[in-house]
Design a binder for this molecule. Structure first.
Ligand code: ADP
Ligand code: MG
Length: 520
């Protein structure tokens, strides 16, 4: 790294220590006497389930929140940050989960946005661009300073955020779930950059809930659960299982994912076209067949037509050309209610918008589409007693935690709402199930349970389309994996023979043959 770039670093932090941090939000103890420290030249992973308190802890280190109690100590001196500006001055940077760039400005403009440095009264863009080029060369962060941010891929935008932090002289950089939005190739590039930064003496906090990433990139790992530190260890002394146990508080069951047998095609998607919300074509002649007794995982970078496909299949979006067949009957233009009657179930991505009604009770939500089915009617009347018994059984079978059947759904946690929708959708014994992001935002315990139910539904002969941004989930559950790219299926691979690298290349638009060639 050039001396000039290095000279920008205000200081090199040797050690940061957070002591006995307590942070409360209304009704939640988000951090409960948390102790956490980071040394120069290490990657310290902060691992925990959704809601464990990871982001909250790091937002305090970055000056976004003030601890209710506890101390932050940098190189032996207690500090109090009133805002991120204070943290940045102390040498701390943070890359958020959602980027904070202005799309209409260039990379260089974004990098200096908000900088009022006395050292640089005139923000000469040529100089800025030169410095960005130096940083990008020395850290392997490929980026064009004159490109507009809206033209950049998500991975490139993340690089801009990292450069922004480096430009401000950050010595310790916090990355909040940085891989959630990346393709496997981009993750590889990011990890290479992170290793580079560590070699240059930076310290990194890597927030994640993905075990294999933590195992790969971190030197130490701290596990948070329910706002408390469960332990801090050298990563190399931990197994995946140790970490899961710490995260979840118990052993996980292992799934047995081999299918029993696959039957004939139950869902046939033929030359499907549809428009997205902005009127551009989002599906461009997509073909896919799913057999009874198999799970086909749809892998892809979000925004390549996954959402539109799910909506076309469920009848929420209009098909502009092509056909959808369920057990050989054409369902292309019939409404969701009738699709349900023909044997289609749908677990929507937007569960509060498309899957449940917030104000309705648990029981009402369980019967959203089924209330007129014959098993619950007596003459022209609904048989409430039978409905109640049935609802109680579903709640019990699917381990939905709710105070009562009359509780409004909005009072349940995300995982419990998802289990409720799953209970309703699987109770019909569907011929075809479309599961869109079924475990997003759901804790590990509920995720494991949802996975088990999907596998047993598959073994009962349902054809399942699993749409997920979580490639691990896709690889764990799917019998075949279809890769979607720009509204078409790039190829379909077998779970037993494909590699994550191949799938990743195809997610980036590389045709299957080439992807196979490049990785063998
Ligand atoms: P993680 O990053 O580990 O997923 P968070 O730190 O975001 O977890 O959240 C920890 C807990 O604090 C959660 O219960 C969350 O709902 C709550 N929480 C986080 N931020 C706020 C906030 N700004 N206001 C109220 N509650 C919050
Ligand atoms: Mg978080």
């Amino acid at each position: 790294m050039s001396a000039e770039v290095k000279a920008q670093n205000q200081q090199v932090i040797k050690n940061v220590e957070m002591r006995q941090i307590i942070k409360r939000f209304p009704g939640v103890l988000a951090n409960n006497r948390v102790c956490f420290d980071v040394h120069a030249g290490e990657v310290h992973a902060l691992l925990g389930e959704n809601g464990a308190g990871k982001s909250t802890l790091m937002r305090q280190l970055y000056g976004l929140y003030k601890p209710d109690e506890g101390e932050i100590i940098i190189d032996g001196k207690p500090v109090v940050f009133h805002s991120p500006a204070d943290a940045i001055r102390a040498g701390i940077g943070m890359i958020h989960q959602h980027f904070m760039l202005v799309p209409t400005l260039t990379v260089a403009e974004n990098v200096i946005l908000g900088l009022k440095s006395a050292r640089e009264p005139l923000l000469d863009l040529a100089t800025v661009s030169r410095k960005i080029n130096e940083l990008s060369a020395s850290y392997g962060l490929k980026i064009d300073p004159s490109a507009c941010v809206w033209q950049l891929s998500v991975g490139e935008q993340q690089r801009v955020e990292i450069i922004k932090a480096l430009y401000r002289g950050a010595s310790l950089i916090i990355l909040d779930e940085p891989t959630a939005v990346l393709t496997p190739q981009e993750v590889k590039d990011l990890f290479a950059t992170l290793k580079h930064m560590v070699r240059e003496g930076h310290s990194l906090v890597f927030i994640s809930h993905k075990l294999h990433e933590v195992m790969e990139i971190s030197d130490r790992v701290t596990v948070l659960r329910d706002g408390q530190v469960i332990g801090t260890h050298l990563t190399k002394e931990m197994t995946r299982n140790d970490l899961v146990k710490m995260m979840v508080g118990r052993e996980m069951k292992s799934l047995s994912p081999q299918p029993i047998s696959t039957g004939p095609v139950r869902l046939k998607i033929d030359n499907l076209h549809t428009l997205g919300d902005r009127g551009t074509e989002m599906l461009r002649g997509l073909n896919l067949e799913i057999h009874g007794g198999e799970i086909v995982g749809l892998a892809g970078v979000s925004g390549n037509g996954q959402r539109e496909l799910a909506e076309c299949l469920s009848g929420l979006r209009k098909v502009t050309a092509g056909q959808i067949e369920l057990d050989q009957s054409d369902i292309t233009s019939i409404p969701l209610k009738n699709r349900v009657q023909s044997g289609l179930s749908y677990i929507p991505e937007e569960r509060m918008r498309d899957g449940a009604i917030r104000e309705f009770s648990v029981q009402e939500n369980l019967f959203l589409q089924d209330h007129a089915s014959p098993q619950f009617t007596r003459g022209i009347f609904l048989d409430f007693r039978r409905m109640e018994i049935f609802a109680a059984k579903m709640i019990k079978d699917f381990t939905v935690k709710t105070p009562s059947l009359d509780t409004p759904v909005k009072n349940l946690s995300g995982g419990n709402i998802q289990k409720l929708i799953l209970a309703r959708e699987l109770a019909r014994q569907p011929k075809v199930l479309i599961a869109a992001q079924p475990t997003r935002g759901v804790d590990i315990g509920a995720t494991e349970y949802i996975h088990e139910r999907l596998l047993s539904q598959r073994d009962a002969g349902t054809a399942i389309l699993l749409i997920s941004e979580d490639l691990d989930e896709i690889c764990t559950l799917s019998d075949r994996i279809a890769i979607i790219y720009e509204g078409n299926i790039m190829g379909i691979v077998d779970r037993n023979t494909a590699t994550v690298e191949q799938i990743g290349l195809m997610m980036a638009g590389i045709p299957m043959d080439e992807a196979v060639q490049r990785t063998t």
